[in-house]
Design a binder for this molecule. Sequence first.
Ligand code: HEC
Ligand code: HEC
Ligand code: HEC
Length: 343
Amino acid sequence: MKNSIRLLVASVLLAGSTVSFADGAALYKTACFACHDVGIAGAPKFADKKLWAPRIATGIDAMVKTVITGKGAMPPNGGTQLTEAQIREVVEYMANAASGDAAPATADVPASEAPATEVVAESTVEVETKTEVVAEPDAKTVVIVTDTVKIVVTGNVDSGKAKAAACVACHGPDGNSIAPNFPNLAGQSESFLFKQLQDFKAGKRKDATMDAMIMPLDVQAMQDIAAFFASQKLKTGQADPGLAESGKAIYMGGIAEIGVPACMACHGPSGSGNPGSGFPQLASQKSIYTEKQLKDFRTAAQNPADAALGRTNDASKMMRNAVKRMSDPEIKAVAQYIQGLQP
Ligand code: HEC
Ligand code: HEC
Ligand code: HEC
C-alpha cells in the first residue's frame, strides 16, 4: 500500500510547543499504552520511527483529530475520557518519542518550504499478521483469523437455533445463561462467538465442559450457532452497589500504578465491545464467569512457561497484559461493575 504524504519533520511540528512530556507520559499510561506499547490491532508501535514518520508528517493537529474521532481499532478519544488538551499532550509525547534524534534539524527543512516537499512513502499501517483462512463454505462467507482478529461470518440464524439444542441447557434458550458460571451469549458479536468456538475446537482455549460440547460441531454449525446467539436479546444485569464504584474506576481509568489499562479503551464505555477488532461485548456478563476469565488470563500471564495453565487465546496477549498485576479484590470489583453495564 502506498501513501502520498507530505514530509514534514517532527522537530518543526513540535517547535514552540509548551507541552510537559512528563504529563504526556503519565496520560499515555492510562490507556493508550494498551495498544501502542505492543502495536496491536494495527496500532503504530510506541517509539517506532518508521511506523510513525508518515503519521507525524500529517501534523499533530491531524493526529489529534484522528484520536478524537477514532479510527480502525482505536475507539473515539483513544478509549479514554481525556480532554482534547490532554490528548494533544499524549500525541505530542508519542510523536516526540518516535522522532528522537533521527529527525533532521529544523533548519534542514524550513517550515515555509516544507509543504512543497512531497514524497511517496511506504505506508506503515501494516502489522505483523498471521492470516489463516479457516474455511470458505460458500461464496458469501469469508472466515479469516489474523493477529488483528478480523473475522466475518455469515451463519444462518434459523439453522443455528436448531443446532444449538445441546447448548441451551447451560447458556439458556435465548442465550441468557441459567447459572452464574455459564456465560451469557446473547447479543455477543457473531465473530467473537465464532472465534471462541474455533479456539475451543482447536484446543487454543480449554474448558472440560466446552471441549466436550464442541467436539461434534463442524465449521458450518459453529457459524450458524454463533449467528443464532448473536441475534438474541441480552437481559441486563446489576452490579453489587458496594463494589460498583471501585469497579467503575478500574473499568474507566485503569490502575496506572500497576500498569492496568482502562478496560473501556478496548471494550467501550458501555461494554458493548468492538467486533471488527475482536474486542468482545462484556456488558451484563455474569460476574462469576468474568472473574474466572480474568483469573485465567492472569494465571496464564504469571506462568508463561506452562501452556496448559490459564487462558491464552487473546491475540497479542492483550488480556494477559491487562490483568497480570490485578489483585483478587480488584478483579471482583471490575467484574461486578461489568455485570451492571447496559450495552
Ligand atoms: C484499542 C487500541 C488503541 C488504543 C486504546 C489507542 N489507540 Fe491510538 N491507534 C490505534 C490504532 C489501531 C491506530 C491506527 C489507526 C489507523 O490509522 O488505521 C492508532 C493510531 C493512533 C495515532 C496516529 C493517528 C494518525 O492520524 O495517524 C495516534 C496519534 C494515536 N493512535 C494516539 C493514541 C492516544 C493518544 C491514545 C490514548 C488516549 C490511543 N492512541 C489509544 C489503536 C489504539
Ligand atoms: C454443561 C454446560 C454447558 C453446555 C451444555 C455448553 N456450554 Fe458453552 N460454556 C460453558 C462454560 C462453563 C463456559 C465457560 C468456560 C470457561 O470458563 O472458560 C462456556 C463458554 C462458552 C463460550 C465462550 C463464551 C465467551 O463469552 O467467551 C461459548 C461461545 C460457548 N460456551 C458456546 C457453547 C455452545 C455453542 C454450546 C453447544 C454446542 C455450549 N456452549 C454448550 C458451559 C456449557
Ligand atoms: C488492549 C485491548 C484490551 C484491553 C485494554 C482490555 N481488554 Fe479485555 N479483551 C480484549 C480482547 C482482544 C479479548 C478477546 C480475547 C479472545 O479473543 O478470546 C478480551 C476479552 C476479555 C474478557 C473475556 C470475555 C469472554 O466472554 O470471553 C473479559 C472478561 C475481559 N476482556 C475483561 C477486561 C477487563 C476487566 C479489562 C480491564 C482491566 C480489559 N478486558 C481490558 C482486549 C482488551
